[in-house]
Design a protein around this ligand. Structure first.
Ligand code: RP5
Ligand code: MG
Ligand code: MG
Length: 280
C-alpha cells in the first residue's frame, strides 16, 4: 500500500483541528514512537449519530464486529485483515495524527465506489484529438467539483449498507453528475443511455485504501474504482451533465498528468489512461 500523504494534512477538513505532526518516516506502525500523542477528533455531525454513522465505541449497546460483514455493514477491508487494539480498529496505512472518526461515519473501513466515465476527446469534425507531445489520443472523464473542499474529483460516494457496488456506481454518478435527486425522472432517451452505459461490464481500475484527507487512525476510506468507457462517444455526447448533491460543478476534463484531483483520484485516472493507451 502506498504511504498516505493527504491523510496527514492539517487542518482536518471542515475544522480547525491540527493533526499531531507525523513525519513520513514515522507513519508506519512498525516504528516504535512512544511520544506519539494523536489529537482526538470526531466531527459534531458524526457525533449527532445520523443513520450512516456508528455510535461511539463507548456505547455499551454497540458491539461492532470488525474484519467481517457485520449485519449489513461491511467491516471487512479490501486490504486484508486490519489490526484492532482494545476493540479499536487501526488504519492499515499507518499513523495520521488523529484518533476518533473525524468526518467519517464508520469505525474501520468506510467503503466507497468511484465511477470513472470516459470518452475520447474529439475535434469539431469528430476526429480523435492527439496530444502533440506524446502522440497519443486524449481521453476525457466526467469530473465534479466537490462542495466540501472545492477540489475536482471523480463523482464517487459511499456504498450504503447492503447495497451492491454496481448500484452505488450508477447512483452516485446520477446524483452528482446528472442531478437525479432534484429531478422528477429523466426523459426516456436519457434513461436508456444511462442504462446502456451502466449495463456494460466495467473495466476494473483500483480496489483498496484511499489517501483521503478525512482519514484518521481509526477510520479510513476504501474504494472500488471502475471505468465505463464510451468508445464511439455516441452514448455520452448528449447526456445532460448537471451537478447535484455534494457536487457544485460538473464537466468533461482532459486526462493528463496535470490533473490535480481530490484524495488519490489522479492515481486512478492515470491507471485508466494506461489501460486505454491514452495520453497522460
Ligand atoms: C473518496 O471519497 C472516494 O474515492 C470517493 O470518491 C469519495 C466518497 O466520499 P463522498 O464523496 O461521499 O464524500 O475517498
Ligand atoms: Mg454522493
Ligand atoms: Mg461523493
Amino acid at each position: 500500500m502506498a504511504a498516505h500523504v493527504k491523510a496527514l494534512t492539517s487542518p482536518y477538513p471542515g475544522s480547525q483541528v491540527n493533526r499531531w505532526p507525523v513525519p513520513s518516516e514515522k507513519v508506519s506502525w512498525s516504528i516504535e514512537w512512544p511520544e506519539y500523542k494523536p489529537v482526538e477528533y470526531t466531527a459534531p455531525s458524526v457525533l449527532a449519530q445520523p443513520p450512516w454513522a456508528d455510535p461511539p465505541l463507548s456505547d455499551g449497546k454497540f458491539s461492532p464486529q470488525f474484519n467481517t460483514l457485520d449485519g449489513k455493514v461491511q467491516r471487512e477491508s479490501l486490504e486484508g485483515t486490519y489490526h484492532t487494539e482494545n476493540g479499536t480498529p487501526r488504519n492499515p496505512a499507518g499513523r495520521t495524527g488523529i484518533i476518533g472518526r473525524g468526518l467519517l461515519g464508520r469505525w474501520g473501513p468506510n467503503h466507497a465506489a468511484d465511477p470513472i466515465i470516459t470518452r475520447w476527446k474529439r475535434d469539431a469534425a469528430g476526429q480523435r484529438v492527439t496530444d502533440p507531445g506524446s502522440g497519443k489520443p486524449v481521453l476525457q472523464f466526467v469530473a465534479i467539483e466537490r462542495k466540501d473542499c472545492g477540489q475536482w474529483a471523480i463523482p464517487g460516494g459511499m456504498v450504503d449498507p447492503g447495497e451492491l457496488v454496481t448500484a452505488t456506481l450508477r447512483r452516485e454518478f446520477c446524483e452528482e453528475a446528472l442531478n437525479s435527486l432534484e429531478k422528477e425522472g429523466d426523459e426516456k432517451e436519457t434513461e436508456d443511455k444511462i442504462q446502456t452505459l451502466f449495463s456494460q461490464k466495467p473495466l476494473p481500475v483500483y480496489k483498496g485504501y484511499v489517501d483521503d484527507p478525512r482519514n484518521t487512525d481509526n477510520s479510513w476510506m476504501e474504494t472500488q474504482a471502475v471505468n465505463y468507457h464510451d468508445e464511439t462517444g455516441d452514448l455520452l455526447d448528449l447526456l445532460p451533465l448537471q451537478a447535484g448533491d455534494d457536487a457544485g460543478k460538473v464537466q468533461w476534463v482532459d486526462v493528463s498528468s496535470s490533473c490535480s484531483l481530490y484524495a488519490s483520484h489522479s492515481n486512478f485516472i492515470k491507471l485508466v489512461a494506461e489501460k486505454h493507451d491514452a495520453n497522460w
